[in-house]
Design a protein around this ligand. Structure first.
Ligand code: ZN
Length: 306
């Protein structure tokens, strides 16, 4: 206890990509600034995909340029391929996430490539980044690592093979993503152990969804396995436009409440984080806002970790 846990806010990407309305650029920039001011150290601010596929992400380069001016913030963006990664680099991101779906069906729906074709694409991004002046880290995210709404059960061995391929391709970090939120705590223990045995400390993070209400239980399983990085979205926004049935990410406010209550430091001021919900709601007023702590209020017993 007393250890650091890094919470990466993914609402501006995973949350807004399925929003029914488009958040105006200025509102998005203000919302991101408010979360950074609350102490969020890493924010996935958007994705570099063709605007005709995901119009909500059309302003990502502009958002990146605003976000890199915020002090102490690691600015992260998703890129599905080399072209997207080149655009992300040009905009000034600190870290690029390339998704690689363990499920063949989701991989084709999401990136138009098979799983190992996409692992090869990660290799091309790594090689290109190595030749650039500025150092940008590459995180490969094993999507649908705990089950898939298209292909069903995803065997642990399949996740291990993809993670190994990504480590060999030169990814700096590997994340395991429960894209559709079908995972359970026992599975998190099993998959994290197996992947860590294969790639060691390159396994950096879990990306969890709360579809079945097991999001924080899965976080706890990850913590028990030594994972110290988690993605979450303010107000539990989120889902994947190419994964039918996916629902919201785990709620950042609830995650911070749990971590700080348990003695894990996140650097995030819970009250300020909850206040940032107003900016999100103002920007996309039609979206449902989740979150137990915001609804109940921060209890008097709450003490942030030292
Ligand atoms: Zn997600």
């Amino acid at each position: 206890m007393g250890e650091w846990v890094t919470v990466c806010e993914v609402g501006p990407r995973d949350g807004l990509q399925i929003a029914k309305s488009i958040m105006p650029t200025a509102a998005k920039a203000n919302w991101i600034a408010a979360m950074a001011a609350a102490g969020v150290r890493e924010i996935e601010v958007g994705s570099f995909v063709p605007p005709k596929l995901i119009p909500q992400m059309a302003d990502t380069a502009e958002i990146v340029r605003a976000a890199v001016a915020l002090p102490g913030l690691t600015v992260v963006a998703l890129a599905p391929n080399l072209k997207g990664a080149q655009n992300a680099y040009a905009a000034g991101v600190h870290r690029i996430i390339v998704p690689v779906s363990v499920s063949e069906g989701h991989s084709r729906a999401n990136t138009n490539r098979g799983t190992f074709e996409q692992v090869a694409e990660v290799g091309r991004v790594v090689a290109w980044l190595r030749d650039q002046e500025r150092r940008v880290t590459l995180e490969a995210a094993c999507a649908t690592a705990f089950g898939c709404s298209i292909d069903g059960v995803i065997p642990t061995d399949a996740v291990v093979k993809v993670a190994e391929g990504l480590a060999q391709a030169g990814a700096d970090r590997v994340a395991l993503a429960d894209t559709v939120g079908y995972g359970n705590p026992a599975q998190v223990h099993e998959v994290v152990r197996a992947v860590r045995a294969a790639i060691g400390p390159k396994l950096a993070k879990l990306h969890l969804h709360d579809t079945m209400g097991l999001g924080l239980a899965n976080v706890l399983a990850g913590l028990e396995e030594g994972i110290r990085g988690f993605d979450a979205a303010l107000a539990g926004l989120g889902g994947c436009p190419f994964a039918p049935g996916a629902s919201g990410n785990i709620v950042t406010e609830d995650l911070v409440f749990m971590l700080e209550s348990m003695g894990f430091s996140t650097g995030i001021a819970l009250e300020k984080l909850i206040a940032a919900r107003d900016l999100l709601h103002a920007g996309v007023p039609g979206e449902p806002m989740h979150g137990q702590v915001a609804r109940a209020g921060i209890p008097k017993t709450f003490r942030a970790a030292a």
